[in-house]
Design a protein around this ligand. Structure first.
Ligand SMILES: Cc1cc2nc3c(=O)[nH]c(=O)nc-3n(C[C@H](O)[C@H](O)[C@H](O)COP(=O)(O)OP(=O)(O)OC[C@H]3O[C@@H](n4cnc5c(N)ncnc54)[C@H](O)[C@@H]3O)c2cc1C
Length: 367
């Protein structure tokens, strides 16, 4: 499996289909590349064959993802659909939804975004204000979602809404999830540009959007349990420590065959940490394979992994006397620019470090 993915990546690289880059799973949008992965059976790999999957193990999927991330491949178009929207539909969706969406995701033809955060709700997700009200044949959704990565390029997003008021003492009741078609009327998708000018994020305003009953995901009122299960997929993967791996590769290349002692110690420290993170992440993949819910372990991988991703950027900056530059004077400067400009987001996206440490503390019984 690993050899096949490496051969594919080196052929694609050789024909100029992509340039390795940091954070390619976040902003390396290439529908064409996603379709090529779909043709090879590398999307929806673990899903049942009747829904377009390959019935492969989580470990085989781990290998494919690890190779794609290590190569800095442009995998952002399908990333969310393959990682979390598809698994949510597989777990909670109706038979009709599974047949409609899963084969299309597995082909690399249907892309999803995440509609959780709102201007006043991030870490405290249960406080979302977007509402869905019953109407004939469906629901009317009103509200604003923010930081919606790729909403301008995706076909659908899964929106967390309030469908009934919070009950006292239980903030998690009354939430529901809806699969919303991003091309329907009464949805506005406005860009929020990164400091680099890149368009990844959006603010999405839903102004009385009609969502038919057949696009309710799971049960009305069970949104909190569903979204928590989705977050486990969102937090446990190797993208949580490999975002800056292409920079580490360039750093080793630039330091050359005979680096000084300071550089040897710095790179040795990074590589040994990386290996430990990889072992931890693999053990999470094994646990998921056996049906366990390794919530604490996944939070630990993400928290330590996000710190590691930043350490790579910091070490590269300190060890090599050169300026980060998007108008690349060389691949090292370009990877350094990507890693440095994206680094502030690593410990925020998918749950902040403080929130993850809270999960670990609760899991250890000290909170
Ligand atoms: C690169 C990136 C991509 C993203 N993509 C998406 C996306 O596609 N879809 C989507 O829905 N959202 C997305 N988000 C939003 C992301 O999930 C939120 O930014 C995140 O959950 C934090 O919420 P917030 O920004 O509202 O910060 P807040 O929740 O306001 O937190 C502010 C600070 O307070 C701390 N804090 C908050 N609560 C606690 C607590 N209980 N204990 C201790 N400290 C606390 C936080 O750790 C943080 O440091 C993305 C964010 C980033 C940076």
């Amino acid at each position: 499996m690993r050899a096949a993915v490496r051969a594919f990546l080196s052929e694609e690289h050789a024909v100029g289909a992509f340039e390795p880059r940091c954070d390619g799973w976040f902003n390396g949008y290439s529908p064409e590349f996603s379709r090529k992965l779909g043709e090879r059976g590398w999307l929806g790999m673990t899903w049942p064959e009747r829904y377009g999957g390959q019935e492969r193990s989580s470990l085989e999927r781990f290998v494919v993802l690890e190779e794609l991330l290590a190569a800095g491949a442009p995998v952002a178009s399908h990333w969310i659909a393959d990682r979390q929207s598809g698994p949510s539909i597989l777990r909670f969706g109706t038979e009709e939804q599974k047949r409609r969406f899963l084969p299309a995701i597995a082909c690399g033809e249907c892309f999803f975004s995440i509609g959780m955060s709102e201007p006043e709700s991030g870490s405290d997700l249960a406080s979302v204000q977007t509402s869905a009200e019953r109407t004939d044949g469906g629901w009317l959704v009103n509200g604003t979602k923010i930081w919606t990565g790729g909403a301008h390029l995706s076909h659908f997003f899964i929106v967390l809404c309030r469908t009934s008021p919070q009950s006292k003492g239980d903030r998690h009741t009354g939430l529901s999830q809806f699969i919303v078609d991003l091309s329907v009327p009464r949805i506005t998708v406005e860009p929020i540009r990164l400091v680099t000018g890149e368009h990844v994020f959006n603010e999405v305003v839903l102004d009385g959007v009609f969502v038919p009953d057949e696009l309710v995901l799971g049960e009305i009122g069970a949104g909190w349990e569903q979204v928590t299960s989705e977050l486990a997929h969102e937090r446990s993967g190797s993208e949580r420590f490999l975002s800056t791996f292409p920079l580490l590769v360039e750093l080793v290349r630039v330091l050359g065959e005979d680096p000084d002692e300071r550089a040897r110690i710095a790179v040795g420290t990074l590589v040994s940490r990386l290996w430990t993170l990889r072992e931890m992440s693999l053990s999470v993949a094994v646990a998921l394979e056996t049906g366990a819910a390794p919530e604490v372990e996944a939070a630990l991988v993400k928290e330590l992994g996000n710190r590691f991703e930043r350490e790579v950027a910091e070490a590269a900056r300190l060890l090599v006397p050169s300026e980060p530059s998007f108008e690349a004077s060389g691949p090292f400067e370009a990877r350094l620019a990507e890693a440095t400009s994206h680094a502030p987001a690593f410990t925020l996206r998918g749950g902040t470090s403080e929130i993850l440490r809270g999960i670990v503390a609760r899991g250890l019984g000290v909170r």
